[in-house]
Design a protein around this ligand. Structure first.
Ligand code: IMP
Length: 210
């Protein structure tokens, strides 16, 4: 990688796609994902995000890949915080359903969504409040920065829409009257936790580059 590269440290193609669109072109800086950088997948990567806050997990991921590559690195940790479940699934959003460890991709998403629906049961809609949280952690030499974004919504009783990923078919944006799976990528980025966090990162990078 060239000295003007920023490593995007996530193995999720959904996140890579969204983050690339949110950050857009950054003069003098090339965003390189782990595949493009040739960073081999190691089993130990699964043991990096063991903490109880989004900040700690995002930092752990960014530091881990920074140490492996030596490049300025950004990583995000994100998840769904449901009030009626005392904040669950939170930082455990990716592996929420009991059997989700052995699943991947769409099957894991489906298991997590079904588990969420079963826990909420027939709770009335007004009490199904939730928010998506995203924290981006930037490690650049000795400097560390965090950028947080949140998006408020309700968890529907049935999935709606075919776009997005993860919990998006259940996550209802009251302002739009649609789930995150019913809107275009650009619209999701305008409203989403990840859009808010990574626009703050973009602002920071542009200021640094001045
Ligand atoms: P992470 O890779 O540890 O950050 O896990 C994030 C998990 O939170 C994902 O696997 C999804 O289950 C959920 N999640 C985070 N952001 C989104 C989103 O934008 N849409 C749907 N689900 C999300």
């Amino acid at each position: 990688m060239s000295p003007g590269s920023l490593l995007l440290a996530t193995r999720s193609p959904d996140k890579v796609r969204e983050i690339r669109r949110i950050l857009g072109p950054l003069a003098g800086l090339r965003l390189v994902d782990l595949d493009a950088a040739g960073v081999e997948v190691l089993r130990e990567e699964d043991d990096v995000e063991v903490y109880d806050t989004f900040e700690e997990n995002a930092r752990a991921k960014a530091l881990y890949f920074h140490r492996r590559t030596g490049f300025p690195t950004v990583a995000d940790d994100s998840g769904l915080v449901v009030d009626a479940l005392e904040g669950a699934p939170g930082v455990r959003s990716k592996r929420f359903a009991p059997d989700s460890d052995v699943l991947s991709g769409l099957e894991r998403d489906r298991a997590n969504n079904e588990h969420l629906l079963s826990l909420l049961g027939d709770l009335e809609l007004s009490r199904r409040t939730a928010r998506y949280v995203c924290v981006a952690s930037l490690i650049d030499g000795g400097e560390e920065s965090f950028f947080r974004g949140e998006a408020e919504g309700l968890i529907l009783g049935l999935p709606r829409g075919r776009g997005g990923f993860g919990y998006d078919p259940l996550f209802y944006d009251r302002g739009l009257g649609l789930t995150f799976a019913e809107i275009e990528g650009e619209e999701k980025n305008r409203r989403s936790h990840r859009g808010k966090a990574f626009r703050k990162l973009r602002h920071h990078l542009l200021e640094e580059g001045e």
